[in-house]
Write a protein that binds this ligand. Structure first.
Ligand SMILES: Nc1ncnc2c1ncn2[C@@H]1O[C@H](COP(=O)(O)OP(=O)(O)O)[C@@H](O)[C@H]1O
Ligand SMILES: [Mg+2]
Length: 272
């Protein structure tokens, strides 16, 4: 547990995902805290409930499903599960923002990158078109897009996978959120680009004083990145602790299995 008062405090969270065909208890009563400016990892195999948990924090349902939530989500002293839908719309993207795995599907293919960021800044922050463009270019520079003033007029397909992920990160931080959720942000990228994107996230977290929730199926990704880690298995948190402690002496068999799946090279990268 972090010493400072957490900005996010989750207690006994449950999430039932309902589709036309079935009902799944995707999250089965999990509790965790995230401190201001803290990086917390969520690790577990595919289907264990990581993305449903992340979306639950913003009260969003997975694609093509509806969701029923139980328990308590306290974000900066506000009870997320009892806020109005209008308050939630203001909060999403503004105070809690999210970067997803697949940068292509999250961007509009027929709009320039600059126009997409401008729109968000105009809508959420009420900036003029002109002020928004200046800010968009600044944000693109901040996430490491070379020649941002020119690249703002390009379309998503003109960017590489890594550069598109940088664009999504620019969008996510555009309204200065207090919590950034990165859901498998590097899974689609090659190893070198992965490391660059992770370093970028960590740098932005520190520079902007955000909290970071980093979700991955791969322990190698959170090594050296997060302060604490929660290991998820079948909708539950089965192990939680300081990342170095969990790496050095995992308590749960499942955690051990996940750690064994990490190539030695990555483990040597602890503290990267
Ligand atoms: N869009 C969806 N439609 C139906 N079921 C879903 C959907 N998304 C998630 N689920 C169910 O919720 C469980 C948890 O999913 P998820 O949180 O996406 O896992 P992951 O840990 O891979 O992110 C899945 O095993 C699945 O049964
Ligand atoms: Mg997922």
């Amino acid at each position: 547990m972090s010493a400072a008062k957490p900005i996010l405090s989750v207690r006994d969270l449950t999430a039932r995902v309902e589709t036309r065909r079935e009902t799944i208890q995707a999250v089965r009563g999990i509790s965790f805290d995230i401190g201001a400016n803290e990086a917390v990892g969520f690790v577990g195999e595919s289907g264990c409930g990581k993305s449903v948990t992340a979306k639950a924090l913003m009260r969003l349902a997975p694609e093509g499903a509806s969701i029923s939530l139980g328990g308590r989500i306290d974000f900066q002293g506000q009870d997320i599960l009892s806020l109005s839908e209008k308050t939630m719309r203001d909060l999403r993207g503004r105070r809690i923002a999210m970067v997803f795995q697949d940068p292509m599907t999250s961007l509009n293919p027929v709009m320039t990158i600059g126009a997409q960021i401008d729109d968000i800044l105009c809508r959420h922050l009420g900036l003029s078109r002109r002020a928004a463009r200046a800010r968009s270019v600044e944000l693109l520079g901040l996430v490491g897009i070379p020649d941002p003033a020119r690249r703002a007029d390009d379309y998503p397909h003109q960017f590489s996978g890594g550069m598109r992920q940088r664009v999504l990160i620019a969008i996510a931080i555009s309204c200065d959120p207090d919590l950034l959720i990165a859901d498998e942000p590097t899974t689609a990228l090659d190893v070198t680009v992965q490391a660059q994107i992770l370093r970028l996230l960590l740098r932005l977290k520190d520079e902007r004083g955000m909290a970071l929730m980093l979700i991955t199926h791969d322990f190698g990704v959170v090594a050296g990145m997060v302060d604490r880690v929660n290991v998820m298995y079948r909708g539950e948190i089965v192990e939680a602790g300081a990342i170095d402690d969990v790496f050095a002496s995992p308590r749960h068999d499942y955690t051990r299995a996940l750690l064994d799946a990490v190539p030695r090279l990555d483990r040597a990268g602890l503290g990267r």
